[in-house]
Design a protein around this ligand. Structure first.
Ligand SMILES: NC(=O)C1=CN([C@@H]2O[C@H](COP(=O)(O)OP(=O)(O)OC[C@H]3O[C@@H](n4cnc5c(N)ncnc54)[C@H](O)[C@@H]3O)[C@@H](O)[C@H]2O)C=CC1
Ligand SMILES: O=C(O)CCC(=O)C(=O)O
Length: 491
């Protein structure tokens, strides 16, 4: 059994295969580090190889028959138990998450509670209809649809929502009768082990859920290419997502990709500017901007541009940056050295290309923060649509202000991106709201609400380069995790 105790030295985080915690076959380990305290090792995670992955796939395959034969209610009962356990361990899970990837403890605990709610939602799915009766042209026949599980589902998840994302993939996979091999991001391996422990303690049979830790290029790619894995669900970067999709397609496996965003908020001339400022800050800077739904481009109509900019600046400058475990902190560090370097590279690129950095964009002055990957939240002015910071996903605390002459230009600017995940508009005008809803190329369209924050019972996914055009969460999940069977029966 793996435990994560924050007062101990780095914990050892093993794989979970066939109902047991197992050290990786080759004995290799990789560290999960605290981004708020450079050098603090939270855990030493299994650096697995393909032998470990094969074991997990075998275990998942062996468990499949008995698992799919259970009723939805029986599978649901186990998900309800896992939900209760996760909820009761919210403090421990939240603290591990904050220590591993930096988001504030409040956000981390909130995400853990969301994980429990997602488990309960899908537990209930076990009792809901899975098919339709369709009138046949043959008077003697009964024609209906039912659904079959896909088999073994590979789950590849990132570090930015280390509980919610894997749970919203594993819970529907399980309730519809699939078994799971999960590869979490190593950056949040200790958090992942705590989630896995909830499944173990809930009493899932050996092999129904498995976790294999390791390098993405080895275990992630191994899942995408493994002939024993029938479907792969991925959240992460566009570069890796495309590789995963291609590997799955090449062997005829089903796949689902949820990738980046370059999400705009439009602030109309008639908007409530205070609410729009709050939404820009919350959507753009919570979790240090490390959400695929984070607000990145702030498109403001000319009439209110200066007023909005000054209100935004005043509030951004007042945000408190610090260790997410500190109750006073509003904004934690970037999740890793790699994220920090990426964010700083984009900030420098913005300056080089002629945008004006109004605030932030560097390590905060507080010497107490010199040991972490902290970046004071950055606001750029005079950003043009062709600049790199207006085009590429940054995944950090960086807001780019872009001025638009009118709503038509604002919507055109909002759509001028290869991504299409989330888009928001602040306005009091019904006509502007309706045009925006109709003309915006985004999977999530938000009026007088921030770009981030999705509800577990609603479909989630993007248009254009943001996804594989499928949707996760809510009732939409059944489309990925099952295959439809059309049944025609005659006496
Ligand atoms: N859509 C989202 O929510 C996320 C987007 N990103 C974006 O990606 C950028 C890079 O972040 P990373 O953590 O490096 O993302 P990533 O795409 O490398 O990692 C996501 C998951 O894929 C795995 N992975 C890595 N290489 C793989 C491969 N060759 N085959 C299969 N799986 C592989 C990772 O181990 C992790 O579990 C971020 O700056 C951000 O722009 C990152 C995390 C989440
Ligand atoms: O905005 C949210 O709550 C979800 C964001 C998300 O799915 C992501 O960043 O990958």
């Amino acid at each position: 059994m793996t435990a994560v105790h924050e007062n101990q030295d780095a914990v050892t985080i093993d794989n979970y295969i066939g109902g047991d915690w197992r050290a990786p076959a080759a004995g290799e380990r990789m560290p999960s580090l605290n981004p708020a305290k450079r050098g603090e090792v939270v855990g030493m995670a299994a650096a697995s190889d393909l032998t470990d992955l094969d074991e997990a796939v075998k275990a998942a395959d062996a468990a499949l028959r008995a698992w799919r034969k259970l009723t939805g209610a029986q599978r649901g009962a186990l998900l309800f138990k896992a939900a209760d356990l996760l909820e009761s361990r919210m403090e421990t899970v939240g603290r591990a998450m904050t220590r591993e990837m930096g988001k504030t403890l409040g956000e981390a605990k909130g995400e853990t509670a969301r994980g429990a709610a997602i488990l309960r939602y899908y537990a209930g799915e076990g009792m809901r209809p899975i098919g339709d009766v369709i009138p046949s042209t043959d008077a003697e026949a009964l024609m209906f649809t039912t659904r079959a599980p896909l088999g073994v589902v590979g789950v590849i998840s990132p570090w930015n929502f280390p509980v919610a994302i894997p749970v919203w993939k594993m819970a529907p996979a399980l309730i519809y009768g699939n078994t799971v091999v999960w590869k979490p991001a190593v950056e949040t391996a200790a958090t992942a082990a705590l989630v896995m422990q909830c499944f173990h303690d809930a009493g899932f049979s050996a092999g129904v859920v498995n976790m294999v830790l390791g390098d993405g290029a080895v275990i992630g790619q191994g899942i995408a290419a493994h002939p024993g894995i029938h479907a792969v669900t991925f959240t992460g970067s566009n570069r890796v997502g495309k590789q995963v999709g291609q590997a799955a397609l090449a062997r005829g496996a089903k796949y689902q990709l949820e990738m980046g965003g370059k999400n705009p908020i439009i602030v109309a001339a008639d908007a409530d500017l205070d609410l729009a400022v709050d939404a820009t800050i919350s959507g753009g800077l919570r979790s240090t901007g490390q959400k695929c739904t984070a607000t990145s481009r702030v498109i403001v109509l000319s009439g209110v541009y200066e007023t909005f900019r000054e209100k935004l600046l005043a509030k951004v400058k007042a945000l408190r940056v610090g260790d997410g475990l500190d109750a006073e902190t509003w904004l934690g560090p970037c999740a890793s050295a790699k994220q920090y370097e990426t964010v700083m590279r984009y900030i420098n690129k913005g300056i080089e290309e002629g945008a004006e950095l109004l605030t932030g964009g560097k390590q905060p002055d507080d010497p107490a923060l010199s040991e972490g990957y902290f970046v004071a939240p950055a606001v750029f002015d005079k950003v043009t649509p062709t600049m790199t910071i207006a085009r590429e996903e940054i995944f950090g605390p960086v807001l780019a202000l872009i001025e638009a002459r009118d709503m038509a230009e604002a919507i055109a600017l909002a759509n001028d991106t290869e991504y299409g995940l989330s888009a928001s508009l602040y306005t009091r005008d019904l006509g502007s709201a309706l045009s925006f809803i109709q003309e915006t190329d985004a999977g999530l369209v938000r009026v007088n609400a921030e770009t981030a924050g999705v509800e577990l019972q609603a479909p989630f996914g993007g248009m254009k380069g943001s996804s594989s055009h499928s949707r996760e969460q809510g009732q939409a999940a059944i489309e990925f995790y099952t295959s439809v069977k059309t049944v025609f029966m005659k006496p």
